[in-house]
Design a protein around this ligand. Structure first.
Ligand SMILES: [Fe+2]
Length: 349
């Protein structure tokens, strides 16, 4: 269920300003009106855009947003899945400030409302590698929230009979002496979520988190020693979160952080990780996942989606030796897969 890069480019080029979506994503207003239901609408989930001037990431994000602008039907809004600006953890404050400004300027140009979700890279200085003094008044989530006019780090809203919840998976720890975070929703927010969903009264609901509830990287890489929880790739309170989502029959939890597309269904809830808009922090594909995002369609109480790629050629910098190596390895793997495919199809042993 994915639009290939070629199809997307073809759609954009053929339509001039307007991209075409696949049949299933197109609105059917006549049918909807006849049945008395609300009309279908679409929205996009953009995550891990890591906006920065490094590797011309700002140009890449602009390109991404241009393709969102060309989607037809026009999405009602965007859910921004976190790691919005690159980066608050290890870069000087002035650089982070500029990344936030770029994120805001480019996102504002999208022409549709967007709802921000907190990523681990969005907190200023919550890392032992911080480049700001430990007593900086802007440390933590404050800086990006102030600059974006973002009042509460977790919240919910409604749209055309659907309910949307934006969660904050970056739980502060360490106090003033060693501020950092844990990948958790935390009991206070979980209680808020349970009652927020209770208030929503069974409306079809989609929730968003940055750090995923589920990530299969261990299985994907075949690494038996890989432990997603220890590595901070998944929430430490997935069990508590999924229990609430299951109880309230939430349709889907949209996830980010791993930069790999994943889809999993458990006890009636879809756990969907979108590609990172930045791919590998604007250095090409991240282990086979090119830069992209996901387009969702809400029709009645039905949720469907497509993963979309957008064209972007990485601009590596002189110091990007690791990235060059990773790209070369990925290309060698792709070629070997092709060689084996041809050999096996030809029946050559
Ligand atoms: Fe990220």
């Amino acid at each position: 269920m994915s639009i290939t890069r070629r199809e997307l480019i073809g759609g954009l080029a053929a339509a001039g300003a307007a991209a075409s979506l696949p049949e299933f994503l197109k609105g059917q207003p006549a049918a909807a009106q006849a049945s008395g239901q609300a009309e279908p609408f679409t929205f996009v989930h953009l995550t891990d855009m890591h906006v920065t001037r490094k590797r011309k990431g700002d140009e890449g994000y602009r390109k991404c947003i241009e393709t969102v602008q060309q989607l037809r039907p026009k999405p009602a809004f965007a859910l921004m899945g976190g790691d919005l600006a690159f980066d608050g953890n290890y870069t000087p404050k002035a650089d982070f400030e500029e990344c936030i400004r770029l994120y805001k300027d480019i996102s504002d140009g999208m022409g549709i409302p967007y709802h921000n979700c907190m990523g681990n890279h969005d907190a200023l200085g919550w890392s032992s590698r911080r480049k700001v003094p430990i007593d900086d008044p802007d440390i933590g989530k404050k800086m990006i929230m102030d600059r974006l006019g973002w009042e509460k780090s977790y919240y919910s809203f409604d749209h055309d009979g659907w309910h949307f919840v934006v969660l904050d998976s970056i739980l502060p720890i360490g106090g003033k002496n060693n501020p950092s975070y844990e990948p958790r929703i935390g009991p206070e927010q979980l209680e808020w979520l349970a009652y927020d969903l209770g208030k929503a009264g069974g409306r079809p609901t989609v929730a968003v988190t940055h750090i995923a509830a589920f990530c299969n990287r261990g299985q994907i890489t075949g690494n038996r020693d890989y432990r997603a929880m220890d590595g901070g790739m998944v929430l430490w309170d997935t069990r508590e979160l999924r229990t609430v989502l299951e109880r309230h029959k939430v349709k889907a939890l949209l996830q980010g952080h791993s930069h790999n597309i994943e889809e999993m269904r458990y006890h009636g809830v879809w756990y969907l990780t979108s590609a990172a808009a930045s791919g590998a922090w604007w250095a090409g594909d991240w282990v086979g996942s090119p830069p992209g995002y996901t387009v969702f369609r809400c029709d009645g109480d039905k949720l469907t989606w497509e993963h979309v790629e957008f064209p972007w050629t990485p601009h590596l910098e002189e110091t990007d030796a690791l990235e060059r190596k990773r790209i070369a390895e990925q290309e060698a793997f792709r070629q070997e897969q092709q060689r084996l495919l041809e050999k096996e199809r030809a029946g050559i042993r």
